[in-house]
Design a protein. Structure first.
Length: 239
């Protein structure tokens, strides 16, 4: 086909001829057992070029137009299939490799393939002579880390963990008390729970948070006072 005929619009006569023989497209697709909804757009442009070629090249009239059209549409289908074969196919790593029984594509991944992973274009910051964090800090829970930060705050006297429910509060109390015992910090602060809230009060704090009963250490003093009163009363009674 001449190059100049590829993009030349159809004349009125060519349009009429293309309409009269349009059924050739569906006959050919049916003969190839191809779904028209999928393949019509693939062959229709080549069919229209066949019409253009039929009018501009009279030497082709030795054959039937249907022969010319089918040959061109066969070429269009072949080019489309070749193009699809060259396209990279997306498969799941968990799919079985054809012909390899139960082996999946994931089983074929090696350390060398990791070099092809795109990690993005983010810059990496490299520093020297930095302060190395304590390895033990990586094993601390969020509650323990918050407790350490609280103890370093000189102006803070108490803190509160508001948990989702009572069971979660019990777990946090257990973690904090275990950490307190491990570090030998029983004289530094007190840990107790009221419903789902967990409180930590420093030993030097004189007042308890609003709505919280007094620190437990004051309880023995009150009981001793009561006992002394009773003892005094009993002495008075004897005298």
């Amino acid at each position: 086909m001449h190059e100049r005929t590829r993009y030349t619009p159809l004349t009125v006569e060519e349009q009429r001829f293309a309409e009269e023989n349009h059924q050739v497209v569906f006959w050919y697709l049916q003969d190839r057992k191809l779904d028209p909804e999928e393949w019509y757009d693939v062959v229709i442009l080549r069919y229209l070029l066949s019409v253009k070629k039929w009018f501009q090249r009279p030497e082709l009239h030795r054959w039937k137009f249907t022969t010319i059209a089918k040959s061109d549409m066969r070429s269009a289908i072949g080019n489309h299939l070749a193009k699809e074969a060259r396209r990279i196919q997306t498969v799941s790593l968990y799919e079985n490799v054809p012909g390899c029984e139960d082996m999946t594509y994931m089983d074929t991944i090696t350390a060398r393939h990791l070099d092809y992973i795109n990690y993005g274009e983010e810059e990496m910051n490299i520093s020297y002579n930095v302060k190395i964090p304590n390895k033990a800090d990586n094993n601390k829970s969020d509650e323990v880390k918050a407790l350490d930060n609280f103890l370093d705050m000189k102006d803070m006297r108490n803190m509160c963990f508001e948990c989702a429910d009572v069971d979660e509060g019990k777990k946090i109390v257990g973690r904090l008390r275990s950490y307190q015992k491990l570090k030998g910090q029983k004289d530094l602060y007190e840990v107790f729970r009221i419903k789902q809230c967990v409180y930590v009060v420093k030993a030097e704090a004189k007042e308890s948070p609003k709505g919280i009963s007094g620190v437990k250490k004051s309880t023995p003093q009150i009981s001793k006072a009561k006992k002394s009163v009773k003892r005094t009363d009993s002495i008075k009674a004897v005298s």
